[in-house]
Design a protein around this ligand. Structure first.
Ligand code: URA
Length: 262
C-alpha cells in the first residue's frame, strides 16, 4: 500500500506536489470513491484509481523476478518489528515489485516478485490451483502408508488438506528429505500436513511454482524470468481459466461429478 499522491507521482502524471494538489482538489477516485485525504493509502496493483475521471495508466513495464529467498527473511514488504524482509534483497531493482504469495521466515527457496497485478491474482487465487513444489526435511522417515494419507487428505484445523504427489528424496537414520506438491498457499500448510502424520518439518525449501523451477540459483540471488518462463505461466493461466469456465458451466447445468478428479 502506498500513499495516493506517491502512486500518482510514480505513474508519471504529475510531480509529487502537483499530485498532492490533485488529491486535495478531489480529482482522484479510488474504487469509485473520491479520495481527498493525503494520508489515504491504496494498492496500485489492485485498486482502481481514476484521475479526472480517467483510469490511471501505469507507466512501468511488467516485471517478474525470481528470488532464492534465504532463511531469516520475511516475504512481506515491511515488518513492524523491524525484521529483515525480502525487499532488503532487491537493491538495484528499479521497479517496485511485490512478493507473490508467502514463504515462512524460516523457509527458503523460490519466491516470485512482480508488479503485475493480473499475474499475482491468477497465480495466487485458490481457484486456479497452481502447484507449489517443496522439499521438506522431516523428522524420521515417513512410511508409504503415511504418505498415502497425505494424498488422501489430512484434517487440519482450517479444513482438509492434501498433496498432489509426494515421495522420499533421501533417507537418513533420523530424518529424511521428502518432496511434496500442493496446490494451495494456506499458511504453514506443508509444516502442518507433515506434523499431522507425525513427521514435523525441520527445514523447508520451495523448488517449484507452477512451471517455474528454482534450479541452481544461489541463495539470496535474484533473476528475471525468461520469456519462455513467462510464456509457460501465461499458458498455465489460460488453461486454468478454461478449466474454471468449463466447471462453472457444468455446475450451472448440474452435470459436474461430485469428487471428480481434475
Ligand atoms: N508451507 C509451509 O509450511 N511454509 C511455507 O512457507 C510454505 C508452505
Amino acid at each position: 500500500m502506498e500513499r495516493i499522491q506517491k502512486i500518482l507521482a510514480r505513474a508519471g502524471i504529475a510531480s509529487r506536489r502537483e499530485a498532492e494538489r490533485m488529491v486535495i482538489e478531489g480529482r482522484v477516485a479510488v474504487n469509485g470513491k473520491v479520495v481527498d485525504q493525503l494520508g489515504f493509502k491504496a494498492d496500485p496493483l489492485k485498486d482502481h484509481i481514476k484521475v479526472d475521471g480517467k483510469r490511471l495508466i501505469r507507466t512501468e513495464p511488467n516485471i517478474t523476478l525470481l528470488l532464492n529467498k534465504p532463511k531469516g527473511y520475511l516475504s512481506t514488504v515491511k515488518d513492524p518489528a523491524g525484521r529483515s524482509t525480502v525487499m532488503d534483497l532487491l537493491k538495484g531493482v528499479k521497479w517496485r515489485v511485490y512478493p507473490l504469495g508467502r514463504l515462512d521466515f524460516d523457509a527458503e527457496g523460490l519466491l516470485l516478485l512482480t508488479n503485475d497485478g493480473d499475474l499475482t491474482y491468477h497465480l495466487s487465487h485458490p481457484k486456479f490451483s497452481v502447484s507449489r513444489t517443496y522439499w521438506a526435511k522431516v523428522e524420521g522417515v515417513p512410511e508409504k502408508k503415511e504418505l498415502m494419507r497425505l494424498k488422501k487428505g489430512v484434517r487440519l484445523e482450517d479444513g482438509e488438506a492434501k498433496v498432489v504427489s509426494t515421495h522420499i528424496l533421501r533417507q537418513m537414520e533420523k530424518h529424511s528429505w521428502v518432496e511434496a506438491v500442493v496446490t494451495e498457499g494456506r499458511n504453514h500448510l506443508v509444516k502442518r500436513i507433515f506434523s499431522a502424520i507425525g513427521h514435523p518439518v525441520l527445514k523447508l525449501k520451495r523448488v517449484g511454482f507452477g512451471p517455474i523451477r528454482l534450479g541452481n540459483l544461489p541463495v539470496g540471488q535474484l533473476r528475471s524470468l525468461t520469456d519462455e518462463e513467462m510464456e509457460d505461466l501465461k499458458k498455465l493461466i489460460a488453461h486454468r481459466m478454461k478449466d474454471n469456465r468449463r466447471e462453472t458451466i457444468d455446475e450451472r447445468r448440474g452435470t459436474k461429478n461430485v469428487g471428480e478428479a481434475k
